[in-house]
Design a protein around this ligand. Structure first.
Ligand SMILES: O=P(O)(O)OC[C@H]1O[C@@H](O)[C@H](O)[C@@H](O)[C@@H]1O
Length: 560
């Protein structure tokens, strides 16, 4: 593929940015076009049998408060066409090896292919082959039901009620985020811990109040070689054996979620207690795989299945909808518009939903590990900026911390706001929900309309020298996502996949490989070398004076 900036649609957008993009005033655009909301809003409806709403749930994506005209959208669509976004999308869904630096298919969509269409990699239907998607799902169903019913017992015959998931990166963030998001559906008697950090505090705190007789460990690692996870897992195993006086039965208390059977068995987990998946599932896309076992245990397999089905609905939309109507494609193209033509460096995602409090952290890995790349498909560096810095916090909290910068800072921060129309906790006669919604609406409106000096003065009693400080420039873009019901498993699945395919679209335009992550390797290698040096005499070798100096100081202060 040609570099994005050499495409004619790119130059066209450049000119369009000069003539229209730089001058568009959103509040005027709304005044002059009463249909702007309708024109730029897209909707997906999730089927009734999987939704939190009995008639099916609509999810509305309001793109109208973005710095675009109809012409902009057409030009962005043209860019997607010239960049081959649809071709690349179809190649992904056809199981082609679009992860070209690792020679792998990118096939996490197969994991949520609940309509069970054949999906093939190398000519093999991954759905129905031995050890394939359906077989693993069935294993997950049986196991999660056995644990939840108490049929699967610990070594002293007790029901397992504490789940400790040991994993990091994609083997942690998805399960944490989803179990938090679906807490309303979770088994109230279960205690969940997610241990990821190599900092011993993480595992120590999880084990502190856990009872080995009632604890189930899920060792979640695609590769089963990640240092943090194997170290934490070994610490957990030693704790278990020590606390049970060697009588504890590993087979009843430890299961593995992995692609690497030989490492799993080396660790001491029976292959029968391993839930597998394939190398075509990237770590950051693995919550749909066996890595999601903690979700199935916590919310029950039926809800896990609805989660997959909601995701599948968004997959189908992404696959079939023309680009101009294609919700994730539009999201991705807007990101390109802001990153490459306005010089925006960030992307804020603020869920107005406490249950979604880990959603931005999850999206950070999805977006930044996927598109934090410089090299394009021909091996040359991109001549344009790629993945934005994604960040966020739930609102209304974020409003009271960093929103100052979003409203009045010097940076353009394209923002997404997410709200569910219905709360799972309509306390105080829904007062909280109404206040939450009023903030969701007010923030997007305020960011767009701003406040002029004249408006500040008209408020009266404002000393002239304070006027500029109280001015809001406005014209700051937002995308508002409204779930037309509560956020249940299916709604959550669809929201995640919106961001997955948004990220895909960005990467496809930028002509980068969104599916590898070589950038995390160098630090791992250096850490291994330094770990050895901590146990050796001296302050290591071959380091710069800062690293060597700090290593020496650490050893001296820490008594190593
Ligand atoms: O599941 P694993 O193999 O232990 O890997 C965990 C994480 O390891 C990180 O190094 C990768 O960058 C992530 O993509 C991955 O999710």
């Amino acid at each position: 593929m040609a570099p994005a900036s050499s495409l004619s649609a790119w130059s066209d957008l450049d000119a369009h940015h000069e003539s229209v993009g730089k001058t568009i005033v959103l509040k005027d655009a709304f005044k002059s076009d009463p249909k702007r909301f309708d024109k730029f809003t897209r909707k997906i409806t999730l089927p009734a049998d999987i939704s939190s709403e009995s008639k099916g749930t609509d999810i509305i994506f309001d793109f109208s408060k973005n710095l675009i005209t109809e012409e902009t959208l057409e030009k962005l669509v043209k860019l997607a066409e010239e960049a081959g976004v649809e071709k690349k999308r179809d190649a992904m869904f056809a199981g082609e090896k679009i992860n070209f630096t690792e020679g792998r298919a990118v096939y996490h969509a197969a994991l949520r292919n609940v309509s069970n269409q054949p999906m093939k990699v190398d000519g093999v239907d991954v759905m129905n082959t031995k050890g394939g998607v359906n077989e693993v799902l069935e294993h997950m169903r049986v196991f999660s039901e056995q644990v939840r019913s108490g049929e699967w017992k610990g070594y002293t015959g007790k029901k397992l009620t504490t789940i400790i998931n040991v994993g990091i990166g994609g083997s942690d963030l998805g399960p944490v985020m989803v179990t938090e998001a679906l807490k309303h559906y979770g088994a109230k008697y279960m205690t969940l811990h997610f241990v990821s950090n190599i900092d011993g505090t993480h595992i120590a705190e999880a084990l502190a109040n856990s009872d080995p007789e009632t604890t189930l460990f899920l060792i979640a690692s695609k590769t089963f070689t990640t240092a943090e996870t194997t170290t934490n897992a070994n610490t957990a195993k030693s704790w278990f054996l020590e606390k049970t006086g060697g009588k504890g039965d590993i087979a009843k208390h430890f299961v593995a979620l992995s692609t690497n059977e030989s490492e799993v068995t080396k660790f001491g987990i029976d292959a029968a207690n391993m839930f597998g998946f394939e190398s075509w599932v990237g770590g950051r896309y693995s919550v749909w795989s066996a890595i999601g076992l903690s979700v199935a245990l916590y919310v029950g397999f039926d809800n896990f299945h609805k989660f997959l089905a909601g995701a599948h609905a968004m997959d189908q939309h992404f696959q079939k909808a023309p680009l101009k109507e294609n919700i994730p494609a539009i999201g991705g193209l807007l990101s390109v518009w802001y990153s490459n033509f306005y010089g925006a460096q960030t992307h804020l995602v603020a869920p107005f939903d406490q249950y979604l409090h880990r959603f931005p952290a999850y999206l950070q890995q999805l977006s930044m590990e996927s598109n934090g790349k410089t090299i394009t498909s021909d091996g040359s560096p991109a001549k344009y900026t790629t993945g934005p810095i994604l960040f966020g916090e739930p609102c209304t909290n974020a409003q009271h911390s960093f929103f100052q910068l979003v409203h009045q800072g010097t940076k353009l921060i394209p923002s997404d706001f997410i709200l569910a129309a219905k709360s799972h906790n309509p306390v105080s006669d829904n007062l909280h929900q109404k206040m939450l919604a009023s903030n969701y609406l007010a923030q997007a409106e305020a960011l767009m309309v701003g406040k002029t000096a004249e408006e500040v003065r008209a408020e009266g009693n404002v000393p002239e020298e304070l006027v500029p400080h109280k001015v809001f420039m406005g014209n700051r873009p937002t995308t508002s996502i409204l779930v037309g019901g509560a956020i249940g498993p299916a709604e959550l699945g669809a929201l995640i996949v919106y961001y997955e395919h948004l990220t895909f679209t960005e990467g496809a335009v930028w002509d980068i490989n969104s599916f590898d992550q070589w950038g995390v390797e160098l630090g791992k290698v250096l850490a291994k070398k330094i770990l050895k040096e901590i146990d050796e005499e001296g302050a290591g070798s071959g380091h710069d004076s800062s690293t060597g100096g700090l290593l020496g100081a650490f050893k001296a202060y820490g008594g190593f």
